[in-house]
Design a protein around this ligand. Structure first.
Ligand SMILES: Nc1nc2c(ncn2[C@@H]2O[C@H](COP(=O)(O)OP(=O)(O)OP(=O)(O)O)[C@@H](O)[C@H]2O)c(=O)[nH]1
Ligand SMILES: [Mg+2]
Length: 330
């Protein structure tokens, strides 16, 4: 925006982030995560200033059930990529309170290589809150990381609930990890998540598990076949690999790059990102507009009764809306 001029403080932050200063990057992310109004304003100004410097990374979302090997995979991929000269940022979306300080530490041990790698930046999920709030902060953090020169961003989320959609909506490539196993696998395969998948990767294809992993992959391939693909330019592949031994990890990443080339060539990448940005705007606007509603005391007190009356057929939904609108003065 031509008319936008940031405060000297924000301009300084932006400059140091662009110079790749990790401690400033960390501090700026803390600003993003803060609820204080002045911090919020600074964070918004900062993202606007850095917007043109962001967007150059490959953004990959990674999901899968607890214990499937997300952290181990990120450690393996991240180490491989930093050796190739990339700068890798690892972010997470986890709105549940599942991840306490203890498991963040556990994660650091699962990402032992990356945790001590100067070309990698690991930031745990923002503290628990609404999914929309947590996802918004992760998106803003992603922009900052990109402006700081991280050209690969890996966003982890655990495969339970709505957070997969949020992560698919902020990344270019959505990777769904699975375990080798018997037929019950297909039952655990949540259709909604698989429809978002740009690739299914069966991890732990090592030792005694290789044959089972291959069998599972064949079943997923068959299952994917009957779903309509997310993109006209990409048929989601199913691969097997081992994050532990590294077998197949390079081939897995090669698929990510192939996908990127195909989408970039068809301009689908730009279109997808544009749609994501607009969707993000609407989500944030809804969040903003709903906030005063959620904190409206009289409304909060009246809502259970209104809902009960609507459910019982005593109050028409449109009449309920009128009543609520009156209460909040709209
Ligand atoms: N054999 C084998 N074990 C693996 C592999 N990848 C991960 N594991 C093991 O599986 C366990 C879980 O791995 P994590 O990387 O912590 O899994 P995660 O998906 O991040 O788990 P949460 O963060 O708890 O959701 C650990 O004991 C890993 O050592 C693999 O490729 N082969
Ligand atoms: Mg993990």
């Amino acid at each position: 925006m031509a008319t936008f001029s940031p405060s000297p403080e924000v301009a300084r932050l932006a400059r140091d982030i662009r110079a790749g200063d990790r401690s400033v990057l960390s501090r700026a992310i803390t600003l993003i995560e803060s609820k204080r109004a002045d911090h919020r304003r600074a964070a918004v100004a900062l993202t606007q200033v850095l917007l043109s410097a962001a967007g150059k990374a490959i953004r990959v979302g990674i999901t899968g059930a607890p214990g499937v090997g997300k952290s181990t995979t990120i450690d393996a991929l991240g180490s491989m990529l930093t050796k190739q000269g990339h700068k890798v940022a690892v972010l997470a979306v986890d709105p549940s309170s599942r991840r306490t300080g203890g498991s963040i530490l556990a994660d650091k041990t699962r990402m032992a290589h990356l945790a001590n790698n100067v070309s990698a930046f690991i930031r745990p999920s923002p503290a628990s809150g609404t999914l929309g709030g947590v996802a918004a902060k992760t998106r803003e953090t992603m922009l900052l990381c990109e402006a700081a020169g991280y050209d690969v961003v890996l966003v982890e989320t655990v495969g339970v609930g709505q957070s997969e959609i949020a992560v698919a909506d902020m990344t270019d490539f959505f990777l769904v990890l699975m375990l080798p196993g018997a037929g019950d696998e297909l039952q655990g395969l949540k259709k909604g998540v698989v429809e978002l998948a740009d690739m299914i990767a069966v991890n732990k294809a090592d030792g005694d598990n290789v044959a089972r992993a291959k069998a599972a992959a064949a079943e997923y391939r068959a299952a994917l076949h009957i779903l309509s693909p997310r993109s006209p330019n990409w048929v989601p592949p199913v691969v097997t690999y081992s994050a532990l031994t590294g077998d197949g990890t390079a081939a897995l990443w090669a698929k990510v790059l192939e996908h990127r080339d195909k989408l970039a060539a068809s301009s689908e990448l730009t279109a997808r990102r544009g749609q994501q940005q607009v969707k993000w705007m609407w989500e944030m606007l809804e969040e903003r507009l709903f906030a005063p509603l959620r904190s409206h005391r009289a409304l909060k007190a009246a809502l259970p009764r209104i809902e009960a009356d609507v459910a019982a057929g005593k109050l028409a939904p449109n009449a309920a809306v009128e009543r609520i609108a009156e209460m909040i003065g709209r």
